[in-house]
Design a protein around this ligand. Structure first.
Ligand code: OGA
Ligand code: MN
Length: 326
């Protein structure tokens, strides 16, 4: 945008107004956004520009931001209703229910439950009936090397399939199972995850409400397809998981301290690369917003029993990771 000095007439003084800059960082997805301070109240024009860039690039990186749990939460609300992480109360920030700790920095001498979150290809909260729309992660401390996050464009993965395969997938529903979150988990935490999050069914392909485009919604946390045997489902799931994360669909983010990264869980999968020295600190905070009510429970009766069991142990879960680690 240019500003013309009307007192002295056109062509005499032209100022460049500070505006938001959006620079692609990957061909498949990802853009870097500068010229905006996310700790401040944003104008509706700025919010619109960011949303348009988000719809176009799927992953936005805002370098050099100065955020804390409160300002991160305030920014997040532009992107929907905050998720309060009832699916994993043991993963919450000790003082902020809407903020998740992705950190290997001990809290009261204990490793936080979210230290190894996200280490297989997934889309956030797909094991709930209302999976995430936006997720934001803010980097406070990072290891000297490693600990990147990779993102894969699920529109592109879907488009690259043959018409026959797309037709087959368009009608398919998949069982999303929290027990398939990455293996690097404390067994007690995995147990709590399972009790709180019985398996849910989601379409294998979802139409993105803003772009109107279909995106594949199958990843490492899908167990089987509805109406098909496990034997039939498994090779197709394996194919789709491998197909969708080919390098041509991927952007790999190498974190800098003070990066805020915002992504769209409705059209991408992502993975936290666990390749860093566990003696070094990787400390990030995360928020998410709730997407549409897409899912249904795979087995409502079993789910009821599981939730009852979770309620019976709610004391333990509410006491959080300290109880789970004692
Ligand atoms: C997550 C996640 C990414 C990362 O918390 O679900 O994907 O790099 N985190 O920590
Ligand atoms: Mn994730």
């Amino acid at each position: 945008m240019t500003w013309v000095n009307t007192l002295t007439g056109p062509n005499t003084t032209t100022f460049q107004m500070p505006t938001i800059q959006v620079q692609p960082v990957g061909f498949a997805l990802g853009a870097r956004v500068t010229g905006v301070d996310l700790s401040k109240m944003l104008t509706s024009d700025e919010v619109q520009q960011i949303k348009a860039a988000w719809t176009k690039h799927l992953v936005l990186v805002f370098p050099g931001q100065q955020l804390d749990p409160a300002t991160l939460t305030a920014f997040t609300t532009h992107f929907g209703e905050l998720d309060n992480y009832d699916s994993q109360p043991f993963n919450r920030h000790p003082e902020h229910d809407h903020v998740m700790l992705l950190s290997n920095k001990p809290v009261n001498g204990k490793l936080p439950a979210g230290a190894y979150n996200g280490q297989n290809w997934h889309t956030d909260l797909s094991y709930t009936v209302r999976p995430a729309k936006a997720t934001m992660v803010y980097c406070i401390e990072k290891p000297s090397v490693g600990g990147d996050t990779m993102f894969a464009n699920m529109y592109a993965a879907y488009e690259a399939l043959s018409p026959k395969m797309r037709e087959f997938l368009d009608d398919l529903e998949a069982v999303n199972d929290v027990s398939l979150i990455s293996a690097r988990r404390d067994p007690a935490i995995l147990e709590a995850f399972k009790r709180l999050n019985p398996p849910v069914v989601h379409p294998a392909v979802r139409i993105h409400p803003e772009s109107g485009k279909p995106a594949l919604y199958v990843n490492d946390r899908v167990r089987t397809f509805v109406g098909m045997s496990d034997l039939e489902s498994k090779p197709i799931i394996k194919f789709l998981c491998e197909h969708s994360v080919q390098p041509r669909f991927v952007y790999r983010h190498r974190w800098e301290v003070r990066d805020l990264v915002l992504w769209d869980n409705r059209c991408l999968t992502h993975l936290a690369v666990g390749d860093y020295d566990p003696k070094e600190i990787r400390h990030m905070i995360r928020t998410s917003t709730m997407g549409d009510h897409y899912g249904r429970l795979e087995n409502p009766q079993a789910a009821e029993a599981s939730l009852k069991a979770a309620a019976a142990t709610s004391q333990e879960v509410a006491a959080g990771v300290s109880a789970l680690h004692d």
